[in-house]
Design a protein around this ligand. Structure first.
Ligand code: CUA
Length: 151
């Protein structure tokens, strides 16, 4: 009688733990810094905004830069904005995990296939800012970079 009760209690406890663990695993997918939504990496060509990568003006001094990362480049790999612009970068990967770090700025995010990364930065000083992939993504990882020209 008691054994049976203990078995049921153990099963219930395990079930509760399982649900709690699954909940935190699923939640963690969204808690990666900068990650903001999901996208099918096989359907980027027909999924806005990734169907038209590039720079779009949202309002005075505000831009969205949509960038697709793939082995071993970014599309586009050059962006030109006026000094003082606030740029929201919306990124995803077509294949493997990449990174997106803009040197001399705090911008630093992972670019994961299936996930949308979004980071915003205001470029006050005219300069050329390099952005680089900082997640090892294969033999030509070190050639994966682009530039933001602030003029
Ligand atoms: Cu892409 Cu390293």
């Amino acid at each position: 009688r008691y054994e049976r009760r203990w078995m049921v209690l153990t099963a219930v406890t395990l079930a509760v733990l399982f649900v709690a663990v699954m909940g935190s695993v699923l939640g963690a997918g969204i808690q990666v810094p900068g990650i903001d939504g999901q996208v099918d990496p096989r359907a980027l060509a027909s999924t806005p905004p990734f169907d038209r990568p590039g720079l779009r003006e949202l309002g005075p001094g505000r831009y969205e830069a949509t960038i697709v990362a793939f082995i071993w480049a970014y599309s586009p790999n050059e962006i030109r904005v006026p000094a003082g612009s606030t740029v929201t970068f919306t990124l995803t990967s077509r294949d493997v995990v990449h990174g997106f770090r803009i040197l001399d700025t705090p911008v630093n995010t992972m670019v994961i296939p299936g996930q949308v990364a979004r980071v915003t930065h205001t470029f006050t000083r005219p300069d050329t800012y390099l952005f680089v992939c900082h997640e090892y993504c294969g033999v030509n990882h070190h050639t994966m970079y682009g530039r933001i020209i602030v003029e």
